[in-house]
Design a protein around this ligand. Structure first.
Ligand SMILES: Cc1ncc(COP(=O)(O)O)c(C=O)c1O
Length: 368
């Protein structure tokens, strides 16, 4: 049996007629940029996220970039974030000429350790980007307490966590901005790139809307230099269909995670994901900590089971950040978990037989 890490074809087959009809409507009306589906999605998705304003942009990366830009982040500024995340979280800070200040994670939920944030704050700290990794939210109460004490705006990187909850509140409801990604593999994925920003601040929402169209309002009058960063109408049309299915897809992923937890619980070399009881984890990834991880990877590969390692090298040790002068050992939890973490196939259409096979193959590796 072959088990893919993710199979988007299965999802498409299940919703084919809805998707095809929705995209056909766009082909018929021809408004491919900023068409009516974009506005409809913005309204519906903002409501789903529980935030007043929603703005479609070209990618999750741009969602973060435009949010930081709207907060005035620029050369000489510092932005605090986690070292254990996808590169985009930090890349946007650097692209604005600011300096990423990397913080270690806690070894339970892989998210930024709030106890380490305050020490990293300086007079140059302009913003903070907590990331809700793998679909589980960071400790937002503690983070927001520190942020408001020091008057530092928070941009939530919710790229992996649309619809995830912390104490009953959804990702994106805490910060000045919440940023999401519609990268195809995400729980709410487009058929190409796309991203989304939410904010309760009307003025900042207007600024983001302006930034995504070259800084112009009215058209052809540019008070600031912006970007070309819009969500395509065709992507919005597909996302409108998928948004209707999102709650049931989240539930299916959670059920797959519970099945893995049960199947893997007796393997002492494997640690299944820790979930705070006040969190609603949407399992964008099902990530375990595995002893002899690289051997396990080889074994899974030989048995044709998909996996990935998110992320093999924390950002503070990346070559492009050598001039920040971090060294091995500076952020030890992230460095340790980067050698243990491995993500297994988890998606709504994954079958029980496939999950059982994955668990069997893992057992076989540790018991041989
Ligand atoms: C944590 C995180 N931040 C930012 C991004 C960037 O999103 P995108 O790929 O849509 O630009 C991603 C995903 O790819 C991500 O996982």
């Amino acid at each position: 049996m072959k088990v893919p890490l993710l199979d988007l074809k299965r999802q498409y087959i299940a919703i084919k007629s809805e998707i095809d009809n929705s995209i056909q409507k766009v082909l018929d009306h021809g408004m491919f940029v900023m068409g009516p589906e974009v506005k409809e999605l913005e309204e519906k998705l903002a409501k789903y996220c529980g935030v007043k304003n929603g703005i479609g942009v070209a990618s999750g990366t741009d969602a973060l970039l435009l949010s930081l830009r709207a907060l005035g982040v620029g050369p000489g500024d510092e932005v605090i974030t986690t070292t254990f995340t996808f590169f985009a979280t930090a890349g946007v800070i650097s692209r604005l000429g600011a300096k990423p200040v990397f913080i270690d994670i806690n070894d339970k939920d892989f998210n930024i350790d709030p106890a380490l944030i305050e020490k990293a704050i300086t007079p140059r700290t302009k913003a903070m980007i907590p990331v809700h990794l793998y679909g589980q939210m960071a400790e937002m109460d503690e983070i927001m307490k520190i942020a408001s004490k020091h008057n530092i705006p928070v941009v939530e990187d919710a790229a992996q966590a649309i619809g995830a909850e912390y104490q009953g509140k959804r990702a994106g409801q805490f910060g000045t901005f919440g940023c999401y990604s519609f990268f195809p593999s995400k729980n709410l994925g487009a058929y190409g790139d796309g991203g989304f920003i939410v904010t309760n601040d009307d003025k900042l929402a207007d600024l983001i809307r302006k930034l995504r169209v070259h800084g112009s309002k009215p058209k052809y009058y540019h008070s600031i230099v912006g970007y070309n960063s819009r969500l395509d109408t065709i992507q919005a049309a597909a996302l409108l269909v998928k948004l209707n299915h999102l709650p049931e897809w989240h539930e299916a992923r959670r059920q797959k995670a519970a099945t893995y937890n049960r199947l893997l619980k007796d393997i002492k070399q494997v640690k299944t994901p820790f979930v705070h009881d006040y969190n609603y984890h949407i399992y964008h990834q099902y990530t375990i900590l595995a002893e002899k991880r690289d051997g396990l990877k080889e074994h899974l590969k030989a048995k044709e089971i998909g996996f990935d390692t998110y992320y093999p090298l924390p950002l503070h040790l990346q070559e492009c950040y050598r001039d920040l002068n971090y060294k091995v050992g500076d952020l030890p939890v992230s460095e340790r978990l980067a050698n243990l973490a491995i993500s297994l196939p988890v998606f709504p259409e994954l079958t029980d037989q496939e999950q059982e096979y994955v668990a069997e193959v893992i057992k076989e590796f540790y018991c041989k």
